[in-house]
Design a protein around this ligand. Sequence first.
Ligand SMILES: Nc1ncnc2c1ncn2[C@@H]1O[C@H](COP(=O)(O)OP(=O)(O)O)[C@@H](O)[C@H]1O
Ligand SMILES: [Mg+2]
Length: 250
Amino acid sequence: MDSNSKKSIANMSTEEYLNAIIDLSEEIVHDFKNTLATISGISQLTSYQQVPNEVKENMELIKEAALEGREQIDRFYQFIRGYNVDIYRYEAFSNIVFTCLDLINHKISKLEGEGIILSLNILSMSEVYCNEYKMRQAILNILINAIDAMEETGGVLELNLFDKSDTIILEIMDTGIGIPEENLDKIFEANYTTKGKKGTGLGLKVSRTVIEKCGGRIDVKSNLGKGTIFTIYLPIKIVERWIYPDIINW
Ligand SMILES: Nc1ncnc2c1ncn2[C@@H]1O[C@H](COP(=O)(O)OP(=O)(O)O)[C@@H](O)[C@H]1O
Ligand SMILES: [Mg+2]
């Protein structure tokens, strides 16, 4: 597509605009990595050449700086990868969970000092067909709610990820304030929040929509004053296995 046929920014929806920025960032990351590879490659060559030690030392510094730059750009790439809201593909669900934990790490570690313990049991490597960015949002909403619920009480945030036949199951448990039984139906409704101005009441609605769009479901159980458990069920990728011919009956 040449630049004339590209839509002008003013005519783009937020989603299109976001995708355009992500596409551009991916191109820049790619080109920048090549530039850094050239710099580190050439500076490495010098170590095999007959040059004064001082030059070698300087070249070594250039190589290290280029490799450091590569690590930084890789981190940036990890952040934007999967951001494209149109892309659906098979993703290792455990990776998405780990990325979410990375993204809220500062919140957990801050609260850990005040009495929140993270308990992780990741027992599945199965893949799920989803948009990585949206699924991340769906899980983050639930994790942040769990942390909010333990803000005053402290406690344990427990994540269990495992397979049960063709379904992957993620349990997110907290030992926070809990939800009164009469409100359990309302929490997935838009605009329902008990957090006043701090809340939007949209988090769980978004989470449920994303999960259902991927063929899954979410349910919740709660015990007032004791804690809450959200359970996400998603269909996993069926791996086709090659069936070997029966060589015994030749
Ligand atoms: N883990 C939890 N423990 C206690 N209450 C919760 C929990 N998760 C959700 N809730 C309740 O559900 C409501 C709706 O959640 P959500 O849709 O994420 O909106 P928000 O977080 O903006 O209030 C929250 O305001 C809270 O009352
Ligand atoms: Mg929320």
